[in-house]
Design a protein around this ligand. Structure first.
Ligand code: BT5
Length: 269
């Protein structure tokens, strides 16, 4: 089902082998597929081990949360999905994915990025928080059976270079190349994101989420003290973001009380 790995990706992965642990082993490369999350789920259902990674250069049905699309045109980005099986780490994978993208992109290219709860990686725009542009997204999809959690597919889409998106997406998207003003190689970005994720997973699999939560909070300044409007399954709510709880829920101060947001869409006002 996979194709030969392009030599630039292979070289970058080789250079980070010692830091990646089991992530990216094995790695299945596809020049185009429907959704890497679907391909990785198929491998997982057939028994693929934790760390199995699917990378595509384009997706025809890339998806985000809640039935939304993730535009994945050829030559514009990096689309990858990792099979995860560790039950202790599972609840934190969305947060870990965001931290890994920010740290991996900075290690590979020098570009500083931020996290917007729960799963967006965006450009920092200190003076105008509402004007942040989305560079990457993280989608963790769990599969369970009567025996409990079977696997989580951790999907990551990263915009490397500018592309023609529909106007509503184009107004809020950017790419690493656009922000840096120079070309970037996909290989080091892929390899450093996997290495950063491996580093975040080590304490998590031992049951210690505190290093991840500390990193996440430092990389998501907009999750604290910013006016937000949240669309939750229970309705709309306006308040001030007050950080995340230790289980990853966004805390929002509304009048005198603090609401926990565990799902939904948050608009930074
Ligand atoms: C996400 O969802 O941000 C998660 C995206 C995960 C994509 C990866 S790619 C590899 C793996 N395989 C998949 O099929 N998916 C994963 P969400 O928070 O729901 O954001 C989706 C929204 O982001 C869309 O409704 C658009 O507004 C916007 N969007 C779509 N494509 C984009 C892009 N390329 N760059 C920036 N924003 C985009």
């Amino acid at each position: 089902m996979s194709e030969p790995l392009p030599t630039d990706l292979a070289a970058a992965l080789e250079a980070t082998a010692a830091r990646r642990g089991h992530l990216g082993s094995p790695l299945h490369y596809l020049s185009e597929t429907t959704s890497t999350n679907d391909v990785a789920a198929t491998y997982a259902d057939r028994g693929a081990p934790e760390g199995t990674t699917v990378v595509a250069a384009a997706q025809t049905s890339g998806r985000g949360r809640l039935g939304r699309s993730w535009y994945s045109p050829p030559g514009a980005g990096l689309y990858l999905s990792i099979v995860m099986r560790d039950k202790t780490a599972a609840p934190y994978l969305t947060l870990a994915g965001g931290v890994a993208v920010v740290e991996g992109v900075r290690a590979a290219t020098g570009l500083p990025l931020e996290i917007k709860w729960p799963n967006d990686v965006v450009t920092p725009t200190e003076d105008r928080p509402g004007r942040r542009r989305k560079i990457a997204g993280v989608l963790a999809e769990a599969s369970s059976s009567a025996d409990g959690l079977q696997h989580v597919i951790l999907g990551i889409g990263i915009n490397l270079s500018p592309a023609a998106y529909p106007p509503d997406v184009a107004a809020r998207a950017s790419s690493i190349e656009t922000e840096l003003g120079r070309a970037v190689d996909a290989g080091p970005v892929l390899a450093e994101v996997l290495a950063a994720l491996a580093a975040e997973l080590r304490p998590l699999t031992r049951g210690d989420a505190s290093p991840l939560l500390t990193r996440w909070r430092a990389l998501a300044p907009s999750s604290r003290g910013t006016a937000v409007q949240c669309e939750t399954p229970a309705g709309r709510l306006s308040g001030v973001a007050s950080g995340i709880a230790d289980d990853g829920a966004l805390l929002v101060r509304v009048g005198g009380r603090v609401e926990r947001i565990i799902a939904g869409e948050v608009v930074w006002k």
